[in-house]
Ligand binder design. Structure first.
Ligand code: NAP
Length: 267
């Protein structure tokens, strides 16, 4: 019987692992998505959607589905599901690894203002600022609703029907609906065309969303950078390659036939 691996998805690393495991023929791969994005990109292998129902629900899922190992490839800011995975793995004696990619580091020329949360980012924006580029995700937008003196440009993946869903009026916020990865030339063009004066970002790390920071540096723009929550407890690796090595060792399988090319994280 094939070893069944649950990938907690939502990042490019999750797609990379699903693709790499599926091509070996040695795994039955299931990727779990939170289900908040309409028409999300499809990973290789099987997909399930929606929450499990906390630690108890995830534990029950692991047991019922005979999961041999869990790869937590969720976003570094998705702290709750990562902690749930650690606890459910312990409760069911199922091995769990967390991929926790490195955060971005300030470089020469960067003008970062580091804050602890999106709420703190909202209070840090200067009065009456125009062209404040929010790249912090749809669920954080409500944290900026008190700042009706500011004009925001928010980039999100999923469309929002009404802007007052986030507590703001059309004169306070405009939306761009776009999924990464992004490149520096286009990001530079966007910052110039939309007269962006300040960028607000989570410190997500990775390559897919980094271009806006490079463009902001080139244009001398400040970035309000939201720091990460603490890393999850349990076993942590830095990338998809290390997670696949761990799976190989943990499940005692013959050598994985995965080329470096297939493992390249492209988005
Ligand atoms: P979170 O706060 O850690 O999780 C909240 C709840 O959402 C979890 O307790 C769980 O519900 C459910 N959940 C989260 N990820 C799930 C998954 N992959 N499969 C099934 N259920 C999941 O998570 P979040 O920050 O809202 O992120 C949700 C998803 O968006 C994650 O897959 C994450 O990788 C992705 N994402 C997040 C961010 C971000 O900035 N937070 C950015 C990009 C992508 P139950 O307790 O009911 O199981």
């Amino acid at each position: 019987m094939l070893a069944r691996v649950l990938i907690l998805g939502g990042t490019s690393e999750g797609f990379t692992i699903a693709r790499a495991l599926s091509t070996t023929g040695q795994f039955d791969v299931v990727t779990s998505m939170a289900g908040r994005t309409p028409a999300p990109k499809q990973p290789a292998g099987k997909v399930r959607r929606g929450g499990f129902g906390g630690v108890a629900g995830l534990s029950s899922y692991l047991t019922r589905n005979n999961i041999a190992a869990v790869v937590d490839a969720t976003h570094p800011f998705a702290h709750q599901i990562s902690q749930n995975a650690t606890q459910a793995g312990q409760a069911c004696d199922v091995p769990v690894v967390h991929i926790h990619r490195e955060g971005w580091q300030q470089r020469d020329g960067d003008k970062w203002i580091e804050v602890g949360s999106s709420a703190e980012a909202a209070t840090t924006i200067p009065a009456n600022a125009r062209g404040v580029f929010l790249t912090t995700g749809k669920t954080t937008l409500k944290d900026f609703a008190e700042r009706r003196d500011v004009h925001f440009l928010a980039r999100i993946v999923a469309p929002i029907l009404k802007c007052d869903d986030v507590g703001l009026l059309p004169r306070h916020i405009s939306f761009i609906h776009k999924r990464g990865p992004f490149d520096v030339a286009r990001e530079r063009g966007l910052l110039i065309d939309r007269r962006v004066s300040l960028v607000v970002s989570k410190n997500s790390g990775g390559s897919g969303a980094q271009a806006k920071l490079d463009a902001a540096r080139e244009l001398g723009l400040s970035v309000i950078m939201i720091q990460r929550p603490p890393p999850p407890t349990g076993l942590i690796v830095a990338n998809a390659t290390e997670a696949l090595d761990w799976l190989h060792r943990t499940l005692n399988l013959p050598e994985l036939m995965i080329s470096d090319k297939r493992l390249a994280v492209t988005d």
